[in-house]
Design a protein around this ligand. Structure first.
Ligand code: ZN
Ligand code: ZN
Length: 269
């Protein structure tokens, strides 16, 4: 078998409402490709707010913790299992995130900025009428997340390509700002496999679709010499088998990015 990652800390569970399978099935499929360090990072549950089909309800927190901790014990010696969340930076919940880490309820958080809170509800950047605002708000939120010291890495930093029609000067600008800040704080950027399982895949040197991973973003990341980690972003146990790893390694090699096989978890302390 050609090369496969042995470390992945971007894994979802059915609790978010758009992922499938049992928690244990994710473990088994991950082991099938040779993963020996597996982190669960479901979309963070937020106390007092409901976000159906995007993230699990806060009432599921204890069950999530118990289930993953049980698997951690059950598979001890065969695969290292860690528990975390993929979370958006949100000022209002910084204390909650810090408490999740400090109380050791979870081992780590990864920064996956999909939305922000506006008008007292979750608001996807793509719904903002002005394209420049979408990019600027996304960028500011990612920068705050990086600066918070709570996160282990930045998930799909080029997610913003999905909010705009074409790569423009503003995309260029925010890519530099995100990469510069990640470099300053020593945070890796994640090369995300979510789209590798679909039809549209970019490759350096070819005309790019507005999706991630986007070659232009990663050309800029290269200039800052930032460590790059792989994130399967599994929403189904089979995603471990279906992700296009060969394409990813070729993409990363074509740009000469600094791929690292693993990265220490940031416990926020
Ligand atoms: Zn998801
Ligand atoms: Zn994810």
């Amino acid at each position: 078998m050609s090369k496969r990652p042995t470390w992945n800390i971007h894994t979802h569970t059915y609790r978010c409402g758009h992922a499938y399978g049992t928690d244990e099935e994710y473990v088994r499929k991950a082991m099938e490709i040779g993963i020996n360090y597996l982190g669960f990072s479901d979309h963070v549950f937020i106390p007092g707010r409901s976000d159906p089909r995007i993230r699990g309800d806060y009432s599921e927190l204890e069950g999530y913790i118990a289930s993953i901790r049980d698997l951690e014990k059950k598979y001890e010696g065969r695969v290292t299992i860690k528990l975390g969340f993929e979370a958006e930076w949100m000022d209002e919940y910084a204390d909650y995130y810090a408490d999740l880490l400090h109380s050791k309820k979870v081992d780590y958080l990864i920064l996956g900025q999909h939305c922000r809170i506006m008008h007292d509800r979750f608001f996807g950047y793509g719904y903002l009428p002005d394209v420049k605002d979408r990019l600027e708000f996304y960028c500011i939120d990612v920068l705050c997340g990086i600066q918070s010291g709570l996160f282990t890495y930045v998930c799909h930093p080029d997610l913003f390509t999905r909010f705009v029609g074409e790569w423009d000067q503003k995309c260029e600008e925010i890519s530099h700002r995100i990469c510069k800040e990640a470099a300053k704080y020593g945070l890796p950027l994640e090369f995300n496999f979510g789209n590798s399982r679909g039809a549209v895949k970019n490759f350096p040197g070819e005309p790019a679709h507005m999706t991630y991973p986007h070659p232009r973003f990663w050309e800029i990341a290269k200039q800052y010499d930032i460590p790059v980690v792989l994130g399967v972003d599994a929403h189904h146990p089979d995603h471990f088998l279906e992700s296009d790893y060969d394409w990813a390694y070729r993409f990363i090699e074509a740009l000469g990015l600094k791929l690292v096989d693993s990265w220490p978890l940031n416990s926020g302390l």
